[in-house]
Design a protein around this ligand. Structure first.
Ligand code: ADP
Length: 478
């Protein structure tokens, strides 16, 4: 089966194709996905521009109906899409099923949000004048997405973009074109007007670059790595485009002496290692108070031994493979760096062989690390976490905040006062109390501070900030 690009409402064949490989079984080719040429990206942008005015003038009911249809179809195809997701990305079938559901709910949520686009009417300081503030679409949006949430991240960018009356050109990550293509097919079949949504598969350096630099794209929403995000910001901002970036994290999970040990272990295990640690919200720094340190490390190591690392689609698997060879190399490199820095490898960190040839790695836990080590400063993006021992709560909080990132921070404690203090003083966009740093709801804002994010928040009704522009109208009465 061929998978072409969606440009101006037509499936357009590319010149070459991306091979989508199953990381659980590298002999399994999920599919071939055509790459769009530079000229085809140009056509997609032109189509989005062309469709823009008419789409902006559709009624909120028309947009709500179409988005609702997409949400329902995602649910109708949930099992098949989850299988595809687990197969191309390597997260377990349970996680993939959850992610597909999330994508469906996001479309259903934004279908309703169409009906809630509001403005304000305020009194003027001048007599006889009315002032009205309204939100209009931002225009043509370029979406650039990463590989770790192959359907949820495209969904949480596409749904608000379309809901608020924008047209879209989307470029998914080359490692996971399958879910993006399936979503594009669902959107196409739902009956959106030609050019409202366009899918272009291809390399970041070709397709992504073109989108970032093209003046016909009004706004770029990107999720991915820090260096790529910073490069996109420099280029897009220099031509005056609106930019929203979600990048890395080095998320701290603080475990205090008074924590319930079982909760601490469960929260750390999930946050650090589930989904192979390939979440920007993963807990990679476990900051543990002295009194509970040894029990916590022993408990987590024991829980890690019970994990089943295998084919993402095999029943019983709790942690799937790393996404590809290059990410595996990066993970192993950081494990070596941590060892060289003097960190103590408590468990895991071994390349594993399974029945099928995949990128299997046992989750790695380091102890006796300091917050200045590279393993605690740089994002690994794999199943690797390190423990930092601290003497008290104040040191824990200071250590948690001593980082260039600021996406999410967690605390495990039974002390209400300390939990409240941590919530107020964590320098992050999201805070978790007795919950894993990873795992967020779909209807509330998502985003970070410092080096983790740039621009306004994604998701929930806060998404309106990015996907609309404000107009202030002054009208002389009668
Ligand atoms: P990762 O691959 O670790 O998710 P990247 O930042 O490399 O992180 O990729 C995220 C997305 O950005 C992908 O869709 C990728 O193709 C795209 N991308 C990579 N380089 C560029 C670039 N120079 N311009 C625009 N997009 C890019």
């Amino acid at each position: 089966m061929t998978h072409a690009n969606l440009i101006a409402g037509e499936w357009i064949r590319g010149t070459d194709a991306v091979r989508d490989i199953n990381p659980s079984d590298t002999t399994d080719v999920v599919g071939e996905y055509d790459r769009a040429s530079a000229a085809q990206v140009d056509d997609a942008i032109a189509a989005a521009r062309h469709a823009s005015q008419a789409w902006a003038r559709t009624t909120v009911q028309q947009r709500a109906d179409l988005l609702e249809k997409v949400g329902l179809e995602i649910f109708a195809r949930r099992a098949e899409l989850a299988d595809l997701l687990a197969r191309e990305e390597g997260k377990t079938l349970a996680d993939a099923t959850g992610e597909v559901g999330r994508a469906g709910y996001i479309f259903k949520f934004f279908a309703q949000e169409c009906l809630r686009i509001q403005g304000e009417r305020v009194g003027s300081v001048r007599p006889g004048v009315d002032v009205e503030i309204t939100r209009e679409p931002a225009g043509v949006i370029g979406l650039i997405t990463p590989w770790n949430f192959p359907i949820a991240i495209p969904a949480w960018k596409i749904a608000p973009a379309l809901a608020y009356g924008n047209t879209v050109v989307m470029k998914p990550a080359e490692l996971v074109p399958g879910c993006a293509w399936a979503l594009a097919e669902i959107i196409h079949k739902a009956g959106f007007p030609a050019g409202v949504f366009n899918l272009v598969v291809g390399r970041g350096s070709v397709v992504g670059e073109k989108m970032v630099n093209d003046p016909r794209i009004d706004a770029i929403s990107f999720t991915g790595s820090v260096p790529t995000g910073r490069g996109i910001l420099a280029k897009a901002a220099s031509r005056g485009a609106k930019v929203q970036l979600e990048m890395g994290g080095k998320n701290p999970l603080v475990v205090l002496n008074d924590a319930d040990l079982d909760v601490a272990v469960r929260v750390a295990l999930d946050g650090a290692f589930f989904q192979t640690g390939q979440r920007c919200t993963a807990s990679s720094r476990l900051i543990v108070e002295e009194g509970i340190h040894d029990k916590f490390v022993a408990g987590l190591a024991e829980a890690m031994q019970k994990q089943v690392i295998d084919d993402a689609r095999k029943p019983g698997t709790t942690i799937g493979p790393v996404v590809d060879q290059s990410q595996l190399d990066q993970d192993i490199n950081y494990i070596d760096i941590a060892k060289a820095e003097g960190a103590n490898l408590v468990a895991g960190g071994e390349r594993l062989n399974r029945e099928k040839s995949g990128f299997y790695l046992s989750p790695a836990l380091f102890s006796e690390t300091t917050n200045t080590m590279r393993i605690n400063r740089e994002e690994v993006f794999g199943p690797v976490a390190s423990v930092i021992r601290v003497k008290d709560y104040d040191e824990a909080l200071a250590t948690a905040n001593d980082t260039a990132f600021g996406l999410c921070a967690g605390v495990v404690t039974t002390n209400l006062k300390k939990a409240a203090h941590f919530r107020r003083n964590a320098e992050t966009g999201m805070v978790m109390v007795n919950l894993p740093t990873a795992g967020v709801d779909y209807h509330v804002p998502f985003g970070g501070r410092k080096g983790s994010s740039y621009g306004s928040r994604e998701q929930g009704r806060y998404a309106a900030e990015f996907y609309t522009q404000v107009k202030t109208a002054y009208v002389m009465q009668g």
